[in-house]
Design a protein around this ligand. Structure first.
Ligand code: SF4
Ligand code: SF4
Length: 447
């Protein structure tokens, strides 16, 4: 087992963390698939309003590769297909039948998994809609099925405070997880499984499988951060990764022959009264998750998929294909006179100008900027926390002046899009957003 010491990053002192309890959420009346939230995919619909679908019926394919299909997370009738600006397909909504029908998908025994050819396994995983759970670094697009990656990293932990933790989603499913790992080992000879050196549960339960332990703060668990710290040559840049919870989905499907819709979702944030993990299903409505558990008002911000990397959800929308958390925090829209100069004891900040720098107990987070965007003051906070040693302020300036080669030389492609630089920047510059968008445009130009 290799230990990796990640010195940069940030210990997050934010209150509202979900407990390790698990509640079973009652069945919703509808679920949805959200093509808009799957990066880079160009969806072509295979259904229309009024169609009857089963759990596992193809809903859309990726125009870039029609074998890449995305399946229905529910059985029932397609009742809405919602479009955004420029006809972007936002949501395909299924009203669930009381007794949902399932598409019959292939079942594999453990011995069959051992003997199946890699090419055939790739074909099966594409046909059963699970391929998109494999993502390729550094751009985080769905993995290229025609490529054999140098390694696959399994991302087990959640160092962001509000994502599901392995102690919860793996409990009782260790055998299933091991079966999932067998599938990964067919796809790449090298499978890295990393966990925090302090995660006693994982180290005890998966002692034979864990290959790396890390010490470090957010985002030390990120597969891109691990790769940055262990890679020896640029050949490994196209390493794939998959989340721990999704490894269970692979195994579930091959065991049951049913498209797996079970998800463990973490519900947290200051506006949530009952911060917990919920056993629910893919594509569940956000309001169904929050109902009776949170103070729902117009002053609540719904964040889907983590407070640093997630996106703002509409309360009438649904959880995305990759997301497994909902966080509700206050908009914090109230104006504060000279707020930026107040020595707040409860305003999370990296700056010593705030007394909160010395406050080590968890502090509430809201969406207020507590100040306005100003010019960079070269404080260097962004570089101090960046886990992959990019100098975010200089990379950002290179991008603004169209010096893309210079931004690449700074390590733009190593950026893991963790959002920390933006979080600590005292002058409110959207560094992460700019770097992330530039990476995306660069990738789209390359392909
Ligand atoms: S530059 Fe990228 S990796 Fe570095 S802190 Fe910012 S978002 Fe994270
Ligand atoms: S944290 Fe903000 S102000 Fe400080 S150096 Fe980075 S970009 Fe400039």
């Amino acid at each position: 087992m290799i230990s990796v010491n990640i010195k940069k990053g940030l210990g997050l002192n934010i209150s509202g963390k979900p407990s390790h309890k698990v509640e079973v959420l009652e069945k919703p009346t509808r679920v949805a698939l959200l093509p808009e939230r799957i990066p880079f995919v160009k969806p072509r619909l295979k259904v229309k309003i009024g169609d009857q679908v089963k759990v596992g019926t193809p809903i859309f394919e990726d125009k870039r590769n029609p074998d890449m299909i995305f399946l229905s997370p529910g059985g029932g009738e397609i009742i809405q297909i919602n479009f955004g600006p420029r006809r972007v397909i936002r949501e395909v909504v299924v009203a669930l039948d009381h007794d949902e029908a399932y598409e019959e998908l292939p079942i594999f025994s453990e011995t069959q998994v051992d003997s199946i050819e890699r090419k055939e396994l790739v074909r099966v995983l594409m046909a059963v809609g699970l391929w998109p759970f494999f993502r390729e670094l550094p751009f985080r697009d769905v993995a290229d099925p025609d490529f054999t990656p140098p390694a696959i990293i399994v991302n087990l932990d959640a160092t962001e405070p509000f994502l599901p933790v392995p102690e919860v989603y793996l409990k009782g499913y260790i055998d299933l997880f091991e079966l999932g790992l067998k599938i990964l080992r067919k796809l790449s000879q090298i499978v890295f499984i990393s966990t925090s050196a302090d995660n006693a549960f994982v180290l005890q339960q998966l002692s034979g499988s864990v290959t790396h332990t890390y010490k470090g703060d957010y985002p030390a668990n990120d597969p891109g951060v691990l790769l940055y710290h262990i890679k020896k040559t640029p050949d490994t840049n196209r390493t794939w990764y998959i989340n721990g919870q999704d490894v269970l989905l692979l195994a579930r499907l091959l065991k049951t022959g049913r498209y797996p819709v079970e998800r463990t979702v973490a519900l947290g944030g200051n506006l949530v009264n009952n911060k917990t993990h919920l056993l629910t299903r893919a594509g569940v409505p956000l309001n169904h998750i929050a109902r009776d558990r949170a103070e729902i008002s117009d002053a609540a911000r719904y964040i889907v998929g983590g407070i640093f990397r997630g996106y703002i959800g509409n309360k009438d929308s649904y959880i995305g294909f990759y997301e497994t958390s909902l966080t509700l925090i206050s908009e914090g829209a109230e104006k504060e006179f000279f707020g930026f100069a107040r020595p707040g004891f409860k305003k999370p900040s990296r700056s010593r100008a705030f007394l909160s720098f010395f406050n080590k107990s968890p502090m509430p987070m809201d969406c207020n900027f507590h100040g306005e965007e100003r010019a960079c003051i070269n404080c260097g906070y962004c570089a101090e926390v960046c886990p992959v040693d990019i100098l975010p302020q200089f990379t950002y300036k290179s991008i603004l002046t169209d010096e893309i080669e210079e931004a690449l030389a700074h390590g733009l492609l190593d950026c893991v899009e963790c959002g920390l630089c933006t979080y600590v920047c005292p002058t409110k510059i959207e560094l992460c957003e700019v770097l992330k968008n530039t990476k995306k445009l660069y990738y789209l130009e390359q392909v």
